[in-house]
Design a protein around this ligand. Structure first.
Ligand code: GAP
Length: 540
């Protein structure tokens, strides 16, 4: 599987799906650029989400046996918001990971991501850690232990290993003293764990001091909560309703890794769904199922996808129930899954936090304030963010169900699922290994490629005409260079679902061949029906 990931990463660069940001200057860890194919794929993923969840939403839902409808509207909020937003959301006080530094290598690690194993030799017991991928950690810990104990290859059986791998945060402070850090030669070089807030800080305007301090948003969600009243007052939406937003979020991840899976700049596709508290469990179930089905509909297979309910101790500070949609990414060890999307029951936490209390303008910068029992003390806007039901006259603070997806992670999962190697006949009819990206036609960057079989006899002219006609409706590609078999292969790698070839017969009867990327079946279609045929096949 790791091998497949390496091939995918190389294809993504070679074919222009993704590049490391600022590559010519050595790159920036945790930042990625999308190339010509990647930008189309990502846009298609976001458009499919927007269309299915917001603009095209028209669903009748059975909730507790009764039919229920709801509305969806969109928002596009700023990345920088009033700092008090992050104080009230809890991010200012609570959005942190624990990190440890290594005094010897000067490297920094996320506390829970350093994994290691206890080993004894020469009457000493140490904890050997690594940061390598799961499939090579046994080999790497063995190599490090052998080096530390100065053992030759023939003496490795002197190493006595205990149980399996543990993460560093499971050790006691005394045990830390005998831990061997991933890039160190001596033991005991880890510092004590420290809190590290993941929000990027910047300064707004000419004020460079704390007066002008602001934070890049770590989630798009808060823009929706602080606009709750604006949406209610400017539209006719009634509860239950949802607000959708797609946009960039930023987190200063301590150890960004696994390609784009954990980045420092990424895009989220979030819905805040407002409902009556008594109906919230039903809507929570509805959204979990609906979001799972969305990934299935766009091609993720059930045997790599799962829905996992969080244990109580895993819940975020705001959540009274969360389920993750997870995918078995190929860079993870066998049996492990990575989060694609979280569906959280946030109760009334956010609206209440933004409502309670009064903002004291003199209280900036935002110092950590806690109540007597150690809980963060929030200072809300003091605005009324409750909802009044016109029919019943009931006034209440709505509960919120939040399906929160990552556009980059969804795209990575679609790419991982799509990467396939199969056997297909080459020009001479010989079976050859073919790399094909089996992307769902709806999200494929290029919908169809148009080829003249040869560069003469009027074929390029007809092919150009077809290309021009199709281009008005979808992203298509024209290619007349090289053998047609090689042109097919290039499109297979780009995930193009259909290749249209103009041949000798086209000039006689006005038909072309349409080759299906997955089945390799070629059908003759009249040029006059081509646009509609491709549109129907891609489902647009
Ligand atoms: N508003 C809730 C929220 O932000 P989250 O679980 O922290 O919840 C939601 O993030 C989704 O955003 C994740 O499921 C993931 O798809 C994406 N995401 C979060 N951090 C990310 C990162 N560092 N890189 C890429 N995607 C990330």
């Amino acid at each position: 599987m790791i091998m497949q990931m390496e091939k995918l990463v190389s294809l993504c660069k070679r074919r222009g799906f993704m590049f490391q940001s600022s590559e010519i200057y050595g790159g920036m860890n945790g930042f990625w650029d999308y190339g010509p194919l990647g930008v189309e794929l990502k846009r298609n993923v976001k458009n499919a989400w927007w269309q299915d969840m917001c603009a095209g939403h028209n669903e009748l839902v059975q909730l507790a046996g009764a039919p229920s409808t709801f509305e969806m509207v969109g928002l596009d909020c700023t990345i920088l918001m009033h700092p008090q937003v992050w104080k009230c959301s809890g991010h200012y006080d609570l959005f942190h990971d624990f990190m440890v530094d290594c005094r010897e290598s000067k490297k920094r690690y996320r506390f829970d991501q350093v994994r290691g194993r206890w080993v004894s030799a020469k009457s000493q017991r140490i904890f050997v850690t690594t940061m390598v991928e799961a499939d090579s950690e046994v080999e790497e810990t063995q190599r490090k232990a052998q080096k530390y104990f100065n053992l030759r290859a023939k003496d490795v059986d002197q190493l006595v290993w205990e149980s399996g791998f543990l993460s560093l945060d499971k050790l006691t402070p005394e045990e830390h003293a005998v831990a061997l850090a991933p890039d160190a030669n001596a033991i005991g070089t880890f510092t004590a764990p420290r809190e590290f807030n993941l929000m990027f800080k910047t300064y707004v305007g000419a004020l460079s001091g704390e007066e002008g301090a602001a934070y890049l948003r770590p989630e798009t969600a808060q823009g929706i909560f602080v606009n709750f009243k604006n949406v209610l007052d400017s539209t006719r939406v009634k509860i239950p309703f949802g607000v959708a937003q797609i946009g960039k979020s930023f987190r200063n991840e301590i150890t960004p890794r696994n390609f784009t899976f954990r980045s420092r700049e990424f895009e989220q596709m979030e819905i805040e769904f407002f409902c009556h508290p008594t109906q919230s469990p039903g809507w929570y179930t509805y959204w979990r199922n609906r979001r799972m089905q969305w990934y299935r509909d766009l091609g993720l297979s059930d045997n790599r996808l799962r829905l996992r309910e969080h244990h109580t101790e895993e819940l975020s500070h705001y959540s009274c129930g969360t389920a993750d949609i997870e995918y078995a990414f190929p860079f993870l060890a066998e049996g492990e899954y990575g989060e694609l999307e979280g569906i959280a029951h946030r109760g009334d936490f956010d609206l209440r936090s933004h409502m309670e209390g009064k903002l004291d303008p003199k209280k900036r910068p935002l110092e950590l304030e806690r109540t007597a029992d150690g809980q963060p003390k929030y200072r809300g806007s003091g605005r009324d963010l409750t909802y009044r039901d016109d029919l019943t006259n009931e006034r209440y603070t709505p509960h919120v169900i939040e399906p929160s997806a990552g556009a980059d992670r969804a795209m990575l999962a679609f790419l991982c699922e799509a990467y396939t190697e199969d056997q297909a006949p080459d020009e001479d009819g010989k079976m050859q290994t073919r790399v094909v990206m089996r992307l769902h036609p709806r999200i494929a960057p290029i919908k169809a490629a148009v080829f003249p079989l040869v560069k003469k006899d009027g074929m390029p002219e007809l092919a150009q005409k077809i290309y021009g006609d199709l281009k008005k409706h979808m992203n298509v590609f024209y290619d007349e260079k090289g053998a047609v078999g090689r042109r097919y292969r290039r499109q297979d790698e780009a995930g193009t679902p259909y290749c249209i070839t103009v041949d000798g017969q086209s000039l006689v009867d006005g038909t072309v061949t349409v080759r299906d990327r997955d089945t390799l079946i070629q059908t003759r279609i009249a040029v006059s029906e081509l646009t509609q045929e491709i549109k129907t096949r891609i489902g647009s």
